[in-house]
Design a protein around this ligand. Structure first.
Ligand SMILES: Cc1cc2nc3c(=O)[nH]c(=O)nc-3n(C[C@H](O)[C@H](O)[C@H](O)COP(=O)(O)OP(=O)(O)OC[C@H]3O[C@@H](n4cnc5c(N)ncnc54)[C@H](O)[C@@H]3O)c2cc1C
Length: 519
């Protein structure tokens, strides 16, 4: 019996769950791990793949948020810095310390950012990632060889965290399973079930076979990110809660940054923060912050965002990328809780919890970095609503699946942590699995097999976008690798030739949106 069939069987056997979580992004997975680790019987349903939404499209920073410090949101920064420390301790295979250099071009910038980043470092207390310090102009260029040196006065060095967001989500999903939880992807909540004014369960559509089934639970947690209002509407609440803001990134060859340090521009000409960071052997530049009308499953970058990124890469990294040098373009949507009007960059990145008279518990907003804290807060409320036995949170020191101190030297392999020897063993049985998925991608065929067997990957896109990060790193290479990956996925999941052809078409349709076509 396949892993998915086994989960469906378990769902059929359980008459009532304690906690049911809708949404398999950072927020839902964090809440699910929190609930299961307290001993509550917990189920999570995700209508696409785990981290298909915003949670695979972040800037990959595990951070307190220097910008929020400037906005004087000290509580958010303090909380996030604490969480940053917990994430590094609990998943050292997926999170690491990264040096950031802020190049300074004006006279007041040096003392201003020097002081601000010292405060940022001190706020992290015992969980500090390292000391910040001022740099001369010469040292700044040494640490960031690509920086436009014209008018450079110096720089400030500080430390923050970096991670692989979708891999972290997969590790959370597997941790949740190990705690006894049941997580199902491609399972959409289509209706809430109510008895005497209180929610008692949900109707679910199995998106793989179109079957429908019911799940009963004592409390339902809505963690659907930018789709939050869709679930609230099922509960009769049609008020507008969220503003949606889009952020886009460009991925460039590594020589654009040409450094193991990241660059942070605290204020671009139009007042935004911009990062250029080394990630899995490439350079990620982003992000933008543009209000959009509503949520979409596959957001696409807008012309104004692409222009903004182009101009600022030229300004700060010294040259305008050619079309073929933009390896991938990806966009994500921020669910920002509306509190009055104003620009989306000024809206709070704090999280919000709402409890409806029906007992529906909604959590939205926040950041990837604060996912655990969000999970703790929402499960406290959910346990009250459901009248569950009060249990303390245990996640602050909970090691995630794959935890090891012995991390691999290669960044793309490091994310597997303790699983890596098991993955390597696959190619001892079949040497062809040692081959690269594509000459320009840092992944091997054995990782495709592993994704299908152990990580609930159900499609070529699941493998190439979120188990391996190929689509985010080099969209054209991912498209070229797809037929070979499809053969393996179809073989592992026992799929037909017709399924394979359909799945490849679906993948190409999505992947084309990541290819930069020129201005
Ligand atoms: C451009 C950008 C950059 C960012 N960078 C950072 C960063 O560097 N660091 C940081 O800490 N944070 C960052 N963030 C914030 C962070 O990514 C988000 O706060 C976080 O990913 C939100 O997760 P979520 O689980 O709430 O939403 P999502 O990841 O969108 O998850 C919601 C899930 O609900 C599912 N769903 C919806 N409806 C249903 C239904 N009916 N049934 C079942 N499932 C359903 C969706 O398919 C989706 O997978 C960034 C955000 C953006 C947009």
């Amino acid at each position: 019996m396949s892993e998915r069939a086994e989960i469906l069987r378990r769902l059929g056997e359980q008459a009532e769950w304690d906690v049911l979580v809708i949404g398999g992004g950072a927020t839902g997975l964090g809440a699910a791990v929190e609930a299961a680790s307290r001993g509550y019987r917990t189920v999570l349903v995700e209508r696409a793949d785990f981290a298909k939404g915003t949670s695979s499209r972040s800037t990959k920073l595990v951070h307190g948020g220097v910008r929020y410090l400037e906005q004087m949101n000290i509580t958010l920064v303090l909380d996030a810095l604490q969480e940053r420390g917990h994430m590094l301790q609990n998943a050292p295979h997926i999170v690491h310390n990264l040096s950031f250099v802020v190049p300074i071009f004006d006279t007041f910038g040096l003392p201003y950012y020097g002081f601000g980043l010292k405060v940022y470092e001190l706020l992290s207390g015992k969980l500090s990632f390292g000391a910040s310090r001022m740099l001369s102009a010469k040292k700044t260029v040494e640490m960031l060889p690509s920086v436009a040196a014209n008018g450079l006065r110096g720089g400030v060095l500080y430390h923050d965290g970096q991670f692989d967001d979708a891999r972290y989500a997969i590790s959370l999903m597997r941790t949740f399973e190990e705690l006894g939880g049941a997580a199902l992807n491609y399972a959409e909540v289509t209706e809430l079930i109510e008895r005497n004014g209180k929610l008692v369960g949900v109707n679910v559509r199995d998106c793989e076979g179109d079957d429908r089934f019911e799940l009963r639970a004592k409390v339902i947690v809505n963690a659907t990110g930018v789709f939050t209002e869709g679930i609230l509407a099922m509960d009769g609440d049609r008020e507008s809660l969220l503003s949606v803001s889009q952020g886009s990134h460009f991925v460039l060859p590594t020589d654009f940054l040409n450094s193991t340090n990241a660059m942070m521009i605290p204020k671009t000409s139009d007042g935004r923060v911009l990062f250029a960071i080394p990630w899995h052997g490439a350079t990620v530049v982003g992000t933008t912050d543009e209000a959009v009308d509503g949520a979409s499953v596959e957001p696409r970058s807008m012309e104004m965002e692409r222009r903004f990124l182009m101009e600022h890469i030229e300004q700060y990294l010294g040259r305008r990328p050619k079309t073929e040098e933009i390896l991938s373009v990806w966009s994500g949507l921020r669910p920002l809780v509306r509190k009055g009007g104003g620009a989306t960059s000024k809206l709070s990145r704090d999280h919000t919890i709402l409890v409806r008279p029906s007992g529906l518990v909604t959590i939205t907003g926040g950041k990837w970095t604060t996912y655990r804290r969000m999970g703790e807060d929402v499960i406290n409320r959910a346990a009250e609503v459901a009248g569950l036995k009060k249990e303390p949170s245990r996640t602050r020191g909970l090691r995630l699946h794959g935890w090891t101190q012995d991390v691999a030297a290669i960044e793309s392999e490091r994310v597997y942590g303790a699983d890596l020897p098991l993955i390597e063993r696959l190619s001892e049985e079949d040497a062809s699995l040692k081959e690269l998925v594509h000459p320009r991608l840092p992944y091997r065929m054995r990782e495709v097999v592993w994704a299908a067997r152990q990580e609930m990957a159900r499609t070529v896109e699941d493998v190439l976008a979120r188990r391996l990060r190929a689509l985010f790193l080099d969209a054209r290479a991912a498209i070229e690798a797809a037929p070979r990956v499809a053969d393996v996925v179809a073989h592992e999941l026992g799929r037909s030739e017709a399924w394979k052809a359909r799945d490849l078409e679906n993948f190409y349709a999505v992947a084309r949106g990541y290819v930069y076509e020129g201005e």
